[in-house]
Design a protein around this ligand. Structure first.
Ligand SMILES: Cc1cc2nc3c(=O)[nH]c(=O)nc-3n(C[C@H](O)[C@H](O)[C@H](O)COP(=O)(O)OP(=O)(O)OC[C@H]3O[C@@H](n4cnc5c(N)ncnc54)[C@H](O)[C@@H]3O)c2cc1C
Length: 392
């Protein structure tokens, strides 16, 4: 049996590890675009702030792959898939046959059109190294811009605040996470950021970068603003081209059933790129968090090695922006909910949103109200009604 895994992030590496545990004699090949052994993306902001040394972000050592008898093709990209003849085409020209294939390719950052020194992204360790370099070279009077209104924007806010760099944030929506938050919750975040000295420009789009080689300003729909850094956090975008050409069905992610199997035989998917049928919230969903990616890697390996296992998890993403705790649990898309109930208020310093579908709790967002997390997670797991949850 030859298992081929495309993508050496947490989903792909966990799957490789689990496959090896379950099948000592199988051939396992892990194709990884990045050169580094598995590292924690979650720790990257802490590394940038100097709170965690660089070596501590690694979760695997280079020798681990050999020790596990996992063929690790680092710095190699999958370019082509031929499901009929069961092989993948790699960037080094090789054609690699497979019996079972796993797609675990995560997503690539959405970029701004231009590039100047001072523009930063935060997805990979190389991005984090680049940001460390930029920050160490900063002079007195630096100013930072952030483009985005989600989790990565929060990381940039914390990083620039840590280095005491005045910050101006632009985002395209009326508030943070427009697809999930109601205006009341958005206002709470906005007030908090403003109170912490962040200059906020909502409904703003970065249109141009100004500077010769180095960034000196950005032009946005609200005018020109002097900045030396621009942290871009406007989402990730999977590269579907080679999968689509091969007939793999995609939507916002690679479509899969509750066993993480795609429409093409012997091809499964896991992690940020999966748009899977979630049997707990009963809809096709894509989730981008560490716990989800790792658990899917483990679960899909079971199915690939013959123990068909449904993926069931209520996962969460927790962050803290300038002291304000924000937690997303379960299915938090407003457009997929029948109702969104709001508990608390911006004035009271905390808002919880509960998402309901067909009377059942399917998701929750807590801003400054961590104490609701356990009850909401349990309610989603146990398919409770909003009334049974008892906080609405
Ligand atoms: C800065 C940052 C902070 C975060 N903080 C948190 C947090 O606090 N909590 C939380 O829950 N989540 C957090 N996340 C999200 C979490 O890290 C991701 O959900 C998780 O890493 C996704 O894992 P994955 O394996 O699905 O994808 P990825 O980690 O994106 O791995 C996919 C890998 O596949 C490679 N690849 C892509 N295409 C190809 C190809 N064609 N051929 C070969 N290789 C390919 C990519 O280069 C990449 O290395 C954070 C993310 C970032 C960037």
């Amino acid at each position: 049996m030859h298992y081929v895994i495309i993508g050496g992030g947490v989903a792909g590496t966990t799957a490789a590890e689990e496959l090896r545990k379950r099948d000592k004699s199988a051939d396992i090949t892990l194709v990884s675009e990045e050169h580094h052994p598995l590292y924690s993306r979650v720790l990257l902001p802490h590394y940038v702030k100097g709170k965690v040394p660089r070596e501590r972000v690694f979760l695997k050592k280079e020798f681990w792959y050999g020790e596990q008898n996992i063929e690790w093709l680092r710095g190699i990209t999958c370019k082509h898939l031929d499901p009929r003849n069961k092989f993948v085409g790699l960037s080094d020209g090789r054609e690699l046959p497979y019996d079972k294939l796993l797609i675990a390719t995560g997503g690539e950052v959405r970029a701004v059109d231009e590039d100047l020194r001072g523009v930063s992204y935060l997805r990979t360790l190389d991005d984090a190294d680049h940001l460390v370099q930029l920050l160490s070279a900063q002079g007195a009077g630096s100013r930072a811009g952030i483009f985005g209104g989600g989790f990565i924007a929060c990381e940039y806010l914390n990083i620039f605040s840590h280095f005491r760099i005045p910050t101006i944030l632009f985002h395209r929506g009326a508030h943070f996470w427009t697809r999930s938050l109601v205006p009341e919750a958005g206002a709470l975040i906005e007030n908090h950021l403003t109170q912490h000295g962040v200059e906020l420009h909502v409904n703003a789009q970065v249109t141009n970068l100004v500077g010769e080689k180095e960034l000196t300003a950005v032009t946005t729909t609200t005018g020109e603003h002097a900045v030396n850094f621009l942290g871009v956090g406007i989402g990730i975008e999977p590269n579907f081209s080679w999968m689509r050409e091969a007939g793999v069905e995609t939507g916002v992610g690679v479509k899969a059933n509750a066993f993480l199997e795609t429409n093409v035989p012997d091809i499964s998917v896991a992690g940020d790129i999966a748009e899977f049928f979630d049997p707990i919230v009963e809809r096709q969903i894509q989730i981008g968090n560490w716990m989800n990616a790792m658990s899917q890697g483990r679960c899909v390996a079971k199915t690939m090695s013959g123990e068909k296992t449904e993926f069931r998890l209520v996962s969460s993403y927790a962050t803290n922006v300038l002291g304000l705790e924000i937690i997303f649990v379960g299915d938090t898309q407003k457009s997929a909910a029948d109702e969104v109930q709001v508990v608390g208020s911006a004035q009271a310093g905390g808002v919880t949103q509960v998402f309901g579908r067909q009377g059942r709790v399917v998701g929750g967002i807590m801003i400054g109200r961590n104490h609701d997390r356990v009850a909401i997670t349990k309610a989603i797991q146990e398919r409770k009604t909003l009334q049974e949850l008892g906080i609405c």
